[in-house]
Design a protein around this ligand. Sequence first.
Ligand code: GDP
Ligand code: GDP
Length: 438
Amino acid sequence: MSKPVVAIVGRPNVGKSTLFNVLAGEKISIVKDTPGVTRDRIYADTSWLDRDFTLIDTGGIEPESKDIIISQMREQAQIAIDTADVIVFITDVRQGLVDADSKVADMLRRSGKPVVLVVNKVDSFQKFMADVYEFYNLGIGDPHPISASSRLGIGDMLDAVIKYFPKHTGEEEEDERPRVAIVGKPNVGKSSIINKLVGEDRVIVSDIAGTTRDAIDTNIMHNGKEYVFIDTAGLRRKNKIKEELERYSIIRTVTAVERADVVLIVIDAEEGVTEQDAKIAGIAHERGKGIIIVVNKWDAIEKNDKTMREYENEVRRILSFMPYAEIMYVSAKTGQRLPKLFDMIDMVIENQTLRVATGVLNEIMSEAVAMQQPPSDKGKRLKLYYITQVAVKPPSFVIFVNDKELMHFSYTRYLENKIREAFGFKGTSLKFFIRERK
Ligand code: GDP
Ligand code: GDP
């Protein structure tokens, strides 16, 4: 099940970033070897009670004039409507209700998306509570008074947010169709790939009505099996500010990736792999999704018998944090190898959900330990007691050891390689948790 997405929307200076940081807290995910995306703090994985969710801050740079504020807020609100399960709309008790708030509230109300109205900077309930009632006029429900900077009212607000999350009924699991996100920079050929796939096999236009999200989903039948493609290209905003554009494209990527089983990272063969590609790939990597790197426009480059090899080396070098990713060379123009994508998608999903029996894992670990002695420090040697798989999507393992400090990253990687030698796990990352057994 994908995590719910909660988007924060509000005028400049109402306290969006402050609230975001309070909610993200220490839980903000920073994967060391992943490119800088997470540090931008546009999104974070967090939780309240037992519910995990992805938080996004739609707010961008400060606009200079009032007109711009309104148009920018509309953009923000639209992004939130397109991508979020729940929208947290923040206002400011000190500034009171302003015109821009009402305009955004109208938009949010019309979208039918769940909205939690928050009134920030209520640092003292005694002093400001009377001013909070004014916000009922927005017509989007009860205002929740908070003080982001003093961390007041946050719990009640989060209770209101998670009430809108889908219940843990298992119903969500019924949809067995593979979900494939197609991500990449503008102009790498994402739409062309989808169009070509649609042209060759037949499309069924999205069948679940009512939610805006589905507008960007395309269902494609292949060999009697249905796949859901989540396209990030379809919604191209006419945004003039580069920083904003980038923020939105990251939000789009994060939310599409979050909903997917497998992510196709599309790269333009003519351009080669760029920093921006690496950033986008980093999002899929840190989320533990199945990954296929799709080098598109393969028709457009001059090739000899070494080209593919050289290309692969280049991809592997720049995307060195995801050596497990599969690579395919395709052309949306000629259709070359596109049908093979489906087999690859099936294979990657199989690997994402593969479970290895504990007995077998421990045999592999014992052999690995016998072949290469575990590291030691100050006379104390690492002992590995036991390994077991605790989750799928991505496959996750717990290793019990005598001393966590002794478990070097390189030794974990060595064990990972041994497990991969035995089971492949192609196209999926593997997670390892190291625990001490006393
Ligand atoms: P954003 O532009 O919406 O992201 O707003 P920021 O989070 O940057 O906050 C704008 C200003 O409001 C900063 O000076 C914050 O310190 C201040 N601020 C944020 N939350 C509170 C609050 O709960 N009470 C008070 N008094 N100030 C706050
Ligand atoms: P998107 O922004 O990632 O959706 O990219 P588009 O699908 O709009 O494609 C951008 C441009 O690349 C268009 O001019 C396409 O015709 C071109 N293009 C897409 N795929 C291929 C391909 O496989 N080969 C070549 N030569 N051009 C392609």
